[in-house]
Design a binder for this molecule. Structure first.
Ligand code: GTP
Ligand code: MG
Length: 192
């Protein structure tokens, strides 16, 4: 390991449809890489952005909202999201307390190691997320709480560096070059 090597980690951003995942990814990245819409199920394809926290490169994978569905295309998109989750070093579960709790509680239970983010914290809520040190509040549309979230993600990688040899990853030279190009053009990440 040398000073010129860069740390990076894959973060999958998951949550209910319309929870604000894409808005949050855009806010973390600092530019519009993901499509945002008031309509649910906007995100269908794999999409990545890169956020920097000091020397740490955070690769964010925006995913389609997860829900049970009979729609074949939507099911495929959800399968894709599950794949992203399996590949990720860290999962961020985006909660929307203005939406029904059941499926979101299941999602939290399914990802006990995830960072949980209560987005739309500017809106009223019909239920409460469990109190936990791992729950952060954000307003993705205004950027409130986004710096704190970025730092929390970074901490996840730095904090586990001594405990696990496979987290964070050290990129190969090829991957490092792609990452470098991705700073100018996020689409370069698709080559990874
Ligand atoms: N009030 C409020 N609205 C938000 C916030 N974050 C996102 N929104 C709005 O919620 C809607 C959905 O946002 P998206 O980012 O597209 O949600 P998504 O989770 O990516 O949705 P899918 O990809 O369809 O699953 C948009 O109208 C956003 O402007 C927030 O913190 N507060
Ligand atoms: Mg989306």
């Amino acid at each position: 390991m040398t000073d010129t090597e860069t740390r990076a980690g894959f973060v999958a951003v998951i949550g209910a449809p319309n929870a604000g995942k894409s808005t949050l990814v855009n806010a973390l990245v600092g530019q519009k890489v993901a499509i945002v819409s008031p309509k649910a199920q906007t995100t269908r394809a794999r999409l990545m952005g890169i956020a920097l926290a000091g020397e740490t490169q955070i690769m964010l994978v925006d995913t389609p909202g997860l829900r049970d569905t009979g729609d074949a295309i939507e099911r495929e998109a959800i399968e894709l999201a599950r794949g992203e989750v399996r590949r990720a070093d860290l999962v961020v579960v985006v909660l929307d307390l203005t939406q029904a709790p059941d499926a979101q509680r299941d999602l939290m239970r399914a990802h006990p190691d995830a960072l949980q983010v209560v987005n739309k914290s500017d809106r009223g809520s019909t239920w409460e997320a469990p109190e936990s040190v791992r729950v952060l509040q954000t307003v993705a549309t205004t950027g409130k709480g986004v710096d704190t979230l970025r730092n929390a993600i970074k901490q996840e990688f730095l904090g586990t560096a001594e405990l696990e040899t496979n987290r964070p990853r050290w990129w190969t030279e090829r991957q490092r070059k792609i990452l470098e190009r991705a700073l100018g053009d996020p689409h370069a990440l698709n080559e990874l």
